[in-house]
Design a protein around this ligand. Structure first.
Ligand code: MTE
Ligand code: MO
Length: 362
């Protein structure tokens, strides 16, 4: 899948049947600015990265919700009024491995730690512009973009090409058809030539390698909003929760797992927190596994929906293993919980993560 740079591929056995997946390395984020460079950005593919020629690529708009079904070529799209914005893309399964390692629960799916997220500067055309030029009707309800990557086959079932409906209200609000990532043309792994950016929503909604968009006056479905990307399990109704939309609140330290620190020396610990609900209002850090909490210093910018950087000084005194915790609160008052309610596919792990470090006598 063309994964380069310091992105760390997951062990091969973890992505059988899950395509090409690679995490962003949090321990390598120190000194990295607000945006994650394209070669460090996480990759999450259901199958594999297709190589698409922008010169022959077309975006087909079709369906009952359009008065003027039509298509756009790459150059036509580039000629439309463009917008640039910072936004996070985050996999619904980010943090999934902590259901097992922190809560002792069974889950299935790619075992992400916290590296299933990245923030980039995206440039492209508002989806609303393209839908208006295709004559979206007032009674249109759903918009379903579909990728040009290979159909997703799992356990002998062909689910077709990756696609998922978005309600018209969201599609017209802030969704972008992006052709640039951090001032470069989209790299193949991230959707070249054009992908959707659906701010605040689970990463799956941001369809890569988009080839067509159906606009319908009746509700649309796909396996990605009926079978997958809903909560199933003991705490949920048998048919599952409604399809997942916005992300929760999460935090991560820019530190290696099991980082070694010397006792008796002050360290400035850095991290980032983010929320699908809006801005981060505050972050507290605990150096003693949750007994006491200290307010971290937030540092701008604070784009929505993207992350807020923070730091806090720690002067470890006692040698031995320690657990660092970071707990964010967003502007809507949502606080990261101590535990996340289990769901079978391990989506939306939002609990405070126990980050182990080792203090040695300097
Ligand atoms: N779009 C297509 N066409 N095929 C895919 O497999 N994966 C989705 C989404 N868009 C996917 C896709 C998922 S699950 C996520 S989390 C994001 O892309 C990941 O985007 P990235 O690989 O650019 O980080
Ligand atoms: Mo995802």
């Amino acid at each position: 899948g063309g994964v380069t740079g310091i992105v760390k591929p997951l062990p091969p056995e973890t992505f059988i049947g899950h395509g090409t997946n690679a995490e962003m390395r949090w321990e390598a984020m120190r000194g990295v600015g607000y945006h994650v460079s394209n070669d460090r950005f996480f990759v999450r593919n259901h199958t594999s990265t297709p190589i698409i020629d922008a010169a022959t690529w077309r975006l087909e708009l079709h369906g009952t919700g359009l008065r003027n079904p039509r298509s756009f070529g790459y150059e036509e799209l580039l000629a439309l009024p463009a917008v640039t914005r910072d936004a996070a893309i985050e996999c619904a399964g980010n943090g999934r491995s902590f259901f097992a390692t922190q809560q002792g629960q069974e889950i299935s799916g790619t075992p992400w730690r916290l590296g299933g997220i990245g923030v980039a500067r995206w440039r492209g055309v508002p989806l609303a512009t393209v839908l208006e030029r295709a004559g979206i009707t007032p009674d249109a309800v759903d918009v379903m973009p579909r990728g040009l990557d290979a159909p997703y086959v799992a356990d002998g079932v062909d689910h077709g090409r990756v696609r998922r409906p978005i309600p018209v209200s969201k599609a017209l609000k802030d969704v972008i058809l992006a052709y640039e990532m951090n001032d470069r043309p989209l790299p193949p792994d991230h959707g070249h030539p054009v992908r959707l950016i659906v701010p605040s929503w689970i990463g799956l909604a941001s369809i890569k390698w988009v080839g067509d968009i159906e606009v319908s006056t009746s509700p649309l479905t796909s396996p990605w909003n009926t079978e997958f990307y809903r909560m199933f399990g003991a705490a949920y109704p048998p048919e599952g929760s409604p399809p997942l939309t916005t992300q929760g609140v999460r935090s991560a330290f820019e530190l290696p797992w099991h980082a070694t620190l010397a006792a008796g020396r002050p360290y400035v610990l850095h991290g980032r927190s983010w929320s699908g609900n809006g801005r981060i209002a505050g972050v507290e850090v605990s150096f003693d596994g949750g007994a006491t909490w200290h307010r971290a210093q937030l540092r701008g910018p604070h784009a929505v929906p993207a992350w807020t950087r923070w730091h806090i000084t720690w002067n470890p005194q006692q040698a031995g293993p320690h657990t660092l915790l970071a707990r964010a609160t967003d502007e809507t008052g949502v606080v990261q919980p101590a535990r996340t309610t289990h769901n079978d596919y391990g989506y939306l792990f939002d609990a405070v993560v126990h980050h182990p470090v080792i203090v040695v006598n300097g």
